[in-house]
Write a protein that binds this ligand. Structure first.
Ligand code: FAD
Length: 495
């Protein structure tokens, strides 16, 4: 890709991960005359959280993640969040289908593959929960085909690796959805960036660190440092998107917008066990999610996953969470201390006070021995051979700390789009459910920050062409859901 410096652009996007790449392509589809630049700190795209080995690659659709269906005190299961994430993922699929219809975009096989999504539980209490969850979910058209079983022979067929060597008297149950996916978000990001590079008025520049942000009369001025040559330059932009992953919080603070005051970050690191032995890999073709340990945060739900990366299949188990003060995997230990401001110290101290159990849990995870890590995996795969598994470092998640009138500060596990009132700058904070729902998050950004254009006939018509059905209508209209989903599955070669 050529690295031409456009000193004045319509849109500057900081960071070349899945979020910026998606927003840039969406905006160019809506207005091909827009001049935009993506400035990325590293020497290529998708190096941080969007890299396939830094995340689990689950196409989150609420099919298997038990933390999206909380259980109330009366035993009932709330499926609202699972339905919302499912329809958001369908919106992502529509966008990817639209792009795969263009010869310049490349094949869906490079980034999305069908992998069944299973939930697996042990013990009477969790078996009752899973059965109740299945009954509640299958009432909704998005989950109608989900299967439930307590039959060990069926489970041996669904997940053979996990059933060998298991105690015959163990009380277990599972659900299976055959329409689950594994997504290589790194390959998808790179396909989006390559597609952008073929269009006029677009620059993707690497080894470029955004170090300062100042308001101007008609937008923003960003100070950008070339990390190889040390050269400084200035980019003026009418709109700036801070899609810097864990690096978005410091940039938001730099902007000084009042909407960004009071936010802090709680970094959580991660590790996986990875297996590439083809003999083992071929016995497990599924993503199997289970219950998180008591006291564990929602992102620590253990899962044993089939991963398809660059045409090769591997298994990934984890994540094992941990605590660090870095906001990016390749960040600095000073990231957390340098993010403390008079406006966020109150919320940060309140979160430290109220989440002592979480801190203790994370420290316990960090101090785990290799044998203790294998012990967690043995609950999934009793007959494992330690020689088949190696430890890898996952991406960094920066959970959101924000002000709360009652508690002073709260820890939030989702994502939050923080935008200036005048719509000239927006930042994406948080991590989960992340890459799978990028398209919905970016559509929301467009509606907030490009409200006038989004309401124009031209943009409305293009949005209708790309997205035959949005989240709300997909939640409610079963026939439309089925037909749109079927169309996307065909275009993405999933069916
Ligand atoms: C362990 C783990 C498991 C996950 N599992 C899943 C999953 O199974 N499914 C799912 O959908 N999501 C998952 N996620 C979430 C998903 O990976 C993220 O939501 C998504 O990748 C975030 O994309 P992004 O573009 O915001 O950030 P990133 O991919 O982190 O990109 C941000 C970019 O900004 C750059 N940058 C930072 N600061 C600057 C600066 N000052 N100047 C210039 N550039 C800068 C960085 O170098 C980086 O390249 C997981 C995340 C983690 C950590």
């Amino acid at each position: 890709m050529t690295q031409v410096n456009h000193e004045t652009v319509d849109v500057l996007l900081v960071g070349a991960g899945i979020m910026s790449a998606t927003l840039a392509v969406l905006l160019k589809e809506l207005d091909p005359t827009l001049k935009l630049e993506i400035a990325e700190l590293r020497s290529s795209g998708a190096i941080e959280s969007s890299n396939p080995w830094n995340n689990a690659g689950t196409g989150h659709a609420g099919l298997c993640e038990l933390n999206y269906t909380p259980q109330a005190a009366d035993g009932s299961v709330d499926i609202k969040k699972a339905v919302q994430i499912n329809t958001q993922f369908e919106v992502s699929k529509q966008f990817w289908s639209y792009l795969c219809g263009k010869s310049a975009f490349g094949s869906p096989k490079n980034f999305i593959n069908p992998v069944p999504h299973l939930s697996f539980v042990r013990g009477e209490k969790d078996v009752v929960f899973l059965k109740t969850r299945h009954a509640a979910l299958t009432q909704h058209h998005a989950f109608a085909s989900m299967e439930y079983t307590e039959d060990k022979a069926a489970m041996a067929e669904w997940m053979p690796l996990m059933m060998q060597g298991r105690d015959a008297n163990e009380r277990i149950a599972a659900t299976r959805s055959l329409n689950g996916t594994d997504v290589n978000f790194g390959a998808l990001t790179n396909q989006l960036l390559q597609y952008l590079a073929q269009q006029g008025g677009t620059t993707v520049s690497y080894s470029q660190k955004v170090t300062g942000l100042k308001r101007t009369a008609d937008g923003w001025s960003a100070e950008v440092k070339n990390t190889k040559s040390g050269e400084q330059r200035e980019i003026k932009a009418k709109f700036v998107f801070l899609g810097a992953g864990g690096g978005a919080l410091p940039l938001l603070q730099m902007s000084g917008i009042p909407e960004g005051k009071g936010f802090g970050g709680f970094p959580v690191s991660g590790q996986w066990l990875r297996c590439d032995n083809p003999e083992v890999v071929k016995q497990h073709q599924a993503k199997v999610y289970s219950q998180a340990e008591v006291g564990a945060p929602p992102m620590s739900v253990p899962h044993l996953d089939t991963r398809v990366v660059d045409g090769k299949t591997s298994l990934l188990f984890g994540p094992y969470a941990g605590f660090t003060t870095k906001f990016l995997k390749y960040g600095s230990f000073l990231d957390l201390p340098l993010s403390v401001r008079p406006s966020n110290i109150g919320p940060m101290l309140a979160v430290a006070r109220d989440n002592f159990d979480l801190t203790r849990y994370l420290i316990k995870e960090v101090l785990q021995s290799p044998e203790q890590r294998l012990e967690s995996l043995r609950k999934f795969y009793p007959n494992l051979n330690p020689a088949d598994w190696r430890l890898e470092i996952a991406g960094q998640r920066v959970q959101i700390i924000k002000k709360d009138a009652k508690k002073g500060g709260i820890l939030q596990f989702g994502t939050e789009l923080v935008a200036a009132e005048d719509g000239t700058i927006a930042a994406l904070l948080g991590a989960s459910p992340g890459a799978s729902v990028t398209v919905s998050i970016m559509l929301n950004l467009i509606e907030r920050c490009f409200a006038a254009q989004a309401g124009s006939d031209a943009w409305a018509a293009k949005l209708k062409e790309i997205f035959p059905a949005r989240e709300k209508v997909l939640e409610e209209d079963a026939a439309l859901y089925r037909s749109v989903s079927e169309q996307s599955d065909k275009a993405l070669q999933l069916a």
